[in-house]
Design a protein around this ligand. Sequence first.
Ligand SMILES: [Zn+2]
Length: 426
Amino acid sequence: MKPKTKIQIAVSRASKLLPGLSKEQIQYACDDFFIKKAYCTKNAGFCLECGEDIDVSQIVRKRVTCENCGEKLRIVQTRKRKDFDGNYYFAVAQLMHYDNYDFQVVRVFQFIKFFRKGFKHDLRIHEVTQNWYEASGKHVIYSCLINGFNGSYCLGEMEIRNYGNRGWYTKNYDITPDLYCFKSQFRPEYLQKGISHKLRYMTLNGAINKVVESKAETLMKAGYYEILANWNYASIYNFWPALKICMRNKYKIKDPSIYLDLLKALQYLNKDIHNSHFVCPKNMRAAHDFYIDKVDKIKYGKELANHLKKADKENPKFIKQKSNFFGLELQKGRIKISPLRSVYEFLNEGEVLKHCVFKGEYYNRKYSLILSARINNKPVETIEISLRDYKISQAYGYKNKPSKHHNQIVSLVDNNMDKIRKIASS
Ligand SMILES: [Zn+2]
């Protein structure tokens, strides 16, 4: 779009005065975004940085130093000979006075690295968007054409653009950066609210919208960007006492969603979430796994108790209905097939094979006979036979998938259908 208004003309001129990224800035971004790697098979490998072969006998604990370029590399086991890593977004925020306007500009650069065996890596950096916020509140977009989620398609030249609706999505030129440049400048009123170059996973606009809330401002000032970007306000409110303790202890939260799960588990277990012993564990992952496991066991225990209660209630009726089949036994080779003989056996069968023969109350089906095919007394597949037409209605193994013995099981049952018919009519 051609610049039309006075401010649009100012932006399109001012944008031409902005410098390219310096070597230092590019290095800073690359160090944050990219891990240096070697792709290896058992016998050979190459350095993704310079493309040269590496000596696989020199690999120690999945690491190696490239003899050609000297980079320390992490080993990835793969046969791939080419690949890419990206898109990462690097933001540079700066203040600019131009033509009587006071601008806060946020520029976003897309970083992608291409790799190919035998060639030096190819780093491509592409400026994709600039958001110009004027002191009076006016906002001008100078950008490539961006389609798709968070800049996944950036096309065309940088020019003045409009927000707009096209089809079912809103065009969004406000890409969320992965990292802000260490030299970024922000308006003093933003700095006061805790918005700085340390900001992560948030657009400037997103950050400004968040800090209108006082708890969010406190988190922003303490540098808890991951929490702000990841948690909703309800979680922030719910776990505010825990977050306050984290801030007091300068506790670092790298993985906000796992940390939220940990707090929820602690709350479920009635642990004191005002106590740093619980909310600031030294090894967060280990604490998470430990307490989640505890919660699972309690939930599982409760569920099992309920199931057993149900089985107690339902079992007499089931036995009365189906006990005439209990003598049935089919065998071929290692496979033994016999009916489930109690509701407790339905419960066990469903647990072992992770399907819903118990939860779906198959023991209550008057015109169904449920058989269990076993090897060494371990359930392999469960078979439902219709007592109306003496056909197999379904036969499934682990997680409702046919087992590798499926065909044998089905033919063994089919070949003995007469036996079942006889028992039913006796
Ligand atoms: Zn190398």
